[in-house]
Design a protein around this ligand. Structure first.
Ligand code: ZN
Length: 238
């Protein structure tokens, strides 16, 4: 047994274990290992190493697969949650829309015409809204005004149409309750429009309801005189 032979055998062992060695080489290795315990040990530990590597590879594969599965589950879970949230938002939003938005009745579009009516769907700028605050305050005042028709016209001009005196005998009315909300507005250089919604209730001295109207949409045509926005026309569906 020469060291030279051992060297050759050990060089061949990796091929042998990979089943890549020739029949002669394999025979040589097997025969030599029977006679040489050192090479036999070498062969055994090489086999062991391969086995460990295989096991490690398998473990790594299993871990990767498990991680992929978990990741997949996580993605599915996340997608499901997001989908549910989207569906919920839509359904909830839709329900809220029906419940709270008081969809505008069809006759309003007929009354105002398509073009003017579409203003209600347009957004507004806070700057415009801010600029109209004095006018909105004046409308609020008109809605609560308890004077007679003549003084209403003198005080509010075009906005007198919002005073209770226009449709009621004010000497019978004691208390007026109103609600006013801004809908939308647009201001150009010196013209513009404002949409409001209001409710107005008048009560007699004995507490009986004298008149009442709820959720009235009203469009006001505006013109700017000097620094002041003035109502020149009020449109209100009958
Ligand atoms: Zn040997």
């Amino acid at each position: 047994m020469t060291n030279e032979k051992c060297k050759i055998v050990r060089d061949l062992i990796p091929l042998y274990l990979d089943n890549l060695s020739s029949e002669e080489s394999s025979e040589l290795i097997e025969k030599h290992c029977l006679e040489c315990s050192e090479c036999q040990n070498y062969l055994n530990s090489a086999k062991k190493e391969i086995k460990t590597n295989l096991q490690n590879e398998e473990t790594a594969k299993r871990i990767t697969e498990s991680l992929n599965r978990q990741r997949k589950h996580k993605i599915i879970k996340r997608t499901t949650i997001i989908s549910l949230l989207i569906i919920f938002t839509f359904v909830f939003g839709f329900a809220c829309n029906i419940a709270f938005s008081n969809p505008l009745p069809d006759y309003l579009e007929e009354y105002y015409g398509k073009e003017i009516f579409s203003e209600l769907k347009e957004g507004y700028s806070n700057k415009d809204k801010q600029e109209l605050q004095p006018l909105i305050k004046k409308i609020k005042e008109a809605l609560n005004f308890t004077g007679n028709e003549k003084s209403a016209e003198k005080k509010f001009g075009e906005l007198a149409c919002y005073t209770p005196a226009i449709h009621s005998e004010m000497d019978e009315v004691e208390v007026v309750e109103t609600e006013l909300s801004f809908l939308t507005a647009k201001l150009y250089h010196d013209t513009g429009y404002l949409w409001i919604k209001y409710s107005q209730y008048g009560y007699e001295k004995n507490g009986d309801l004298s008149f009442g109207s709820a959720d009235i949409q009203s469009r006001i045509t505006l013109v700017k005189y000097g620094d002041e926005w003035t109502a020149v026309n009020v449109m209100e569906a009958p």
